[in-house]
Design a protein around this ligand. Structure first.
Ligand code: F6R
Length: 267
């Protein structure tokens, strides 16, 4: 894992947008894995500007989102379909034949999860996966305890996750109890991964991710053995990580603080 420290949310968004633009520049037929939530909003905004400015070729691009709430149709204002349309797909005029999300309103959501997993495989897998991180360490909607061998599946959301996401809904009770999410193994199959973290609210999760061992109780820690993971985190999100220390989590990697470069070298 590599950790790039940035100053604030804006810089995190710009650096992440550069990664996305670079990926598409080098491989226009890339398959991107995308996230929703507050964290990547700025990244999408910055990416839209860069894509227009650099005239990035987007017609061969394919995207797969991490997750969708059970029971919400693509037209529902709180669906991740709607979020993606508003924040990325419509501004870039990406078509519905190149942008995929699980269908939360499918009659049989378990079957839909299997179909979605197969579709990702049929497209040759994900080249670059963008992730946020939950305060409890979830990635996608893989809550603590999810098997590291899991594929796209239906997940029960923890009360803390429903509470954290209630800010987008009219009432707390409106937050669905379940969601379809790519599994940990699905995410780990991605050829490269960027995880974004910004703000004080994420500092304990980032500390655990960087300093603790790999365990299913903390889903993001699965990433520790992935060969190409870059964490882009701002000062606030990194503020609980102990500096100037070396740790050796399960002998998998070494972590070294390189303050001058504002970068953590791990490996
Ligand atoms: C959303 C997703 C989630 C979020 C996480 C953080 O597609 O995959 O794992 O990344 O819940 O959410 P925010 O960014 O709102 O803090």
């Amino acid at each position: 894992m590599r950790v790039i420290q940035v100053k604030d949310y804006q810089e995190m968004s710009d650096v992440a947008a550069d990664f996305l633009a670079g990926q598409i520049f080098h491989k226009p037929h890339s398959v991107l894995g995308l996230a929703t939530g507050g964290t990547p909003e700025g990244t999408y905004k910055s990416f839209i500007q860069k894509a227009r400015h650099k005239e990035l070729p987007l017609s061969e691009l394919t995207t797969f989102n991490l997750d969708e709430y059970e029971g919400l149709s693509p037209e529902h204002p709180n669906s991740y379909h709607m979020y993606m349309n508003e924040h990325l797909f419509q501004p870039l005029e990406l078509s519905s034949t190149q942008t995929y999300l699980p269908k939360g309103d499918a009659e049989n959501v378990e079957k839909e999860a299997r179909r979605y997993e197969q579709m990702i495989q049929d497209h040759g897998g994900i080249d670059l996966q963008l992730l946020g991180i939950g305060e409890n360490g979830h990635i996608g909607f893989n809550e603590p305890g999810t098997s590291f061998t899991s594929r796209t599946h239906v997940e029960h959301l923890k009360p803390t996750t429903r509470e954290a996401n209630a800010r987008y809904f009219e009432k707390k009770e409106d937050v669905p109890e379940r969601a379809i999410t790519m599994g940990i193994a699905t995410i780990m199959d991605s050829r490269s991964i960027i995880l974004l973290a910004s703000g004080d609210r994420k500092k304990q999760a980032v500390k655990k991710l960087v300093e603790e061992v790999r365990k299913e109780e903390f889903p993001a820690s699965s990433l520790k053995i992935h060969p190409y993971v870059t964490i882009i985190a701002d000062e606030a999100a990194l503020s609980a990580v102990s500096t100037n220390t070396w740790t050796e989590p399960e002998n998998e990697s070494l972590i070294r603080w390189t303050a001058d470069k504002k970068e953590w070298e791990i490996g």
